[in-house]
Design a protein around this ligand. Structure first.
Ligand code: PMP
Length: 456
């Protein structure tokens, strides 16, 4: 424990009294600005993960800090049933302006899991309010990640995280996430995408259309798939199928939203409009816990008329979080950080492609904007995976950390979702910083190559 932190006198002595995984092996954070994080170990780290794809506008952004300070001086908390808040109302108005037409009501929460839970429970209440009470099933994909609370976990397609809790959750149907590369990469991409979209229709028919309420999807895969971008026709076909059966389409933009993929919402790339959107992470960019469900007023009206939305959290619409979110969204829009994500994303992708040429154990590099991933394999031709005990992706993350480069952690467990790292720096990254990132990544790959030599 660093000086100034006292040991708990009547408890067992510990290096850390927290019990997050891997926590004790990390240095204490001293300060952070832009893309750089300074540890109390005296080392400077490049944050090429944006924490966990959170800090889209970088650390210590002066405009966000000022907005938060100003809000703090006025009121730090105002409970939504007792006061309206200019910060919350203002952020809602500005965010609605950036949404597709019709998505015009905002329900604030404090994180991604809460945003997903809100969508699921809102969808259910909408079904009841419109006389469709038999509908409760939410189809989702495997692999996928939608959060760690029990509702969000039930639709998460990643059994190492969900299996222990199966008896506590209602099983929800899953369809395969399209992963063209990991499925061999030889089938025509559009045909592959459509075949996977059509699995939704098959699942609806199998389950019985009058029992299915919604389909939830990450428009671009997150850490569970390694930035998998579905083939061009996928999202439009999914929308068609949902419409055909009166099923709500929920886009989980928790990771992809607020400019990350080179557009404010990832769904803009395909011009597909969902019924509900879950947002968080980049929304307040790590400055405060903030998330939201965005819903159309025509649906909200039905739920409110039928007695109200039976859901909510104490911290919802917290003024400091909303002030932070408002400043973040203005930064993203006014500085056009989505455009920077596209430009710097292209530079970074070119660099990753060059690394793929150099390191045969890189099977694939992919992504959209600054949501990118590098997939490790034993054999590019056969797509044979590296032996799980080598834990290649996790090792790379450790090696890079040692070299002052933070890339996104994922634990390789049973190869369910490949063996990849995420390279997702803040959207404010400059071309020089992209080059530094790539140099440090290359150094790390050289070290990993040494470790892997002769072991697969
Ligand atoms: N949905 C997606 C797509 C996510 O990536 C995450 C977080 N990784 C969540 C939901 C859950 O968000 P949180 O950790 O803030 O609860």
């Amino acid at each position: 424990l660093p000086p100034g932190i006292k040991r708990a006198a009547h408890q067992a002595p510990a290096d850390s009294y927290l019990f997050y995984q891997a926590h004790g092996t990390r240095p204490f954070i001293d300060r952070a600005e832009g893309i750089w994080m300074h540890g109390q170990d005296g080392k400077t780290y490049m944050d090429a993960a944006s924490g966990a794809m959170v800090c889209n506008v970088g650390h210590s952004n002066p405009r966000v800090l000022k907005a938060m300070r100003e809000q703090m001086e006025r009121a730090t908390f105002a409970y939504r049933l007792q006061f309206q808040s200019e910060a919350a109302e203002g952020l809602a108005a500005e965010i609605v302006d950036l949404m597709p037409a019709g998505l015009d009501r905002v329900f604030f929460v404090s994180g991604g899991s809460e945003a997903v839970e809100s969508c699921l429970k809102f969808a259910r209440q909408y079904m009841i309010a419109t006389g469709q009470g038999t509908r409760y099933k939410v189809i989702s994909r495997h692999p996928s990640y939608h959060g760690s609370t029990l509702g969000a976990l039930a639709v998460t397609g990643y059994t190492p995280l969900s299996a222990p809790f199966d008896p506590m959750m209602r099983p929800m149907p899953k369809i395969a996430t399209p992963r063209h590369y990991l499925d061999g990469g030889t089938e025509d991409e559009d045909a592959y995408a459509l075949r996977h979209a059509d699995m939704l229709e098959e699942a609806i028919l199998r389950e019985g259309p009058d029992t299915v309420m919604a389909f939830i999807v990450e428009p671009v895969g997150g850490a569970s798939t390694g930035a998998v971008v579905p083939g061009a026709p996928y999202h439009a076909r999914i929308r068609e199928i949902c419409d055909k059966y009166g099923i709500l389409l929920i886009h989980d933009e928790v990771m992809t939203g607020v400019g990350r993929t080179g557009a404010f919402l990832a769904s803009e790339h395909w011009k597909v409009v969902p019924d509900l959107i879950a947002m968080s992470k980049g929304f307040a960019a790590g400055y405060a816990p903030l998330g939201a469900m965005i819903a159309p007023s025509r649906m909200v009206a039905k739920v409110l008329d039928a007695g109200g939305y039976a859901h909510g959290h104490t911290y919802a619409g917290n003024p400091i979080a909303c002030a932070a979110g408002r400043a973040v969204v203005r930064e993203v829009v006014e500085r056009d950080l989505s455009a920077n994500a596209r430009i710097m994303g292209a530079r970074q992708m070119a660099g990753l492609r060059a690394l793929k040429e150099e390191f045969p154990f890189i099977g694939d590099v992919r992504g959209l904007g600054l949501l990118q991933a590098v997939e490790f394999v034993a054999d590019r031709e056969t797509m044979r995976v590296l032996p799980p005990e080598l834990n290649a992706a996790a090792r790379l993350v450790e090696i890079a950390y040692e070299k002052g480069l933070i890339v996104y952690f994922r634990r390789t467990r049973g190869g369910q979702s490949g063996d990849h790292i995420m390279v997702t720096p803040p959207l404010t990254i400059t071309d020089k910083e992209v080059d530094t990132l790539l140099e440090r990544l290359r150094d790390s790959l050289v070290a990993l190559r040494k470790e892997l030599a002769g072991r697969y």
